[in-house]
Write a protein that binds this ligand. Structure first.
Ligand code: FES
Length: 124
């Protein structure tokens, strides 16, 4: 299902367009024009550009991430992931503080993120 979603900054008239159930939640995503490829634990997905990895995870699994108790501001560190972009060395980052890059791969994640993103390749 495709529809418009509101931006997180709440500015009037700035809206991203995408296809996700996230669109039902106002104020979740930053403005974006397209979905970009992201690999999570060997599973290829498409997520909104210009958004943090954690917002992208939320786009994929709205309720588990929304209800997961994440601080969203670099305090809890439960969103830490090991990422790799192209041939660059893998590095650990906080997914709430890291903007997705097309082609990025998420190699490892915390147990909480694993739980929230379980069954990523299914429709539930
Ligand atoms: S969500 Fe708490 S540090 Fe990222």
């Amino acid at each position: 299902m495709c529809f418009e979603v509101a931006t997180i900054d709440g500015e009037k008239g700035k809206r991203g367009t995408g296809c996700s159930d996230v669109g039902e939640e106002e104020g979740v995503l930053y403005e974006y024009e397209k979905l970009v490829p992201l690999r999570i634990g060997g599973i290829d997905v498409r997520v909104p550009e210009n958004n943090s990895l954690l917002r992208c995870f939320q786009y994929l699994k709205l309720y588990p991430i929304s209800m997961g108790g994440f601080c969203w501001n670099a305090d809890c560190r439960t969103c830490e992931v090991l990422i790799q972009v192209g041939t660059e060395p893998a590095r650990r980052v906080l997914s709430c503080q890291t903007t997705v890059i097309p082609g990025m791969a998420v190699l490892e994640m915390t147990e909480k993120l694993k739980f929230c993103l379980r069954n990523l390749d299914s429709e539930d």
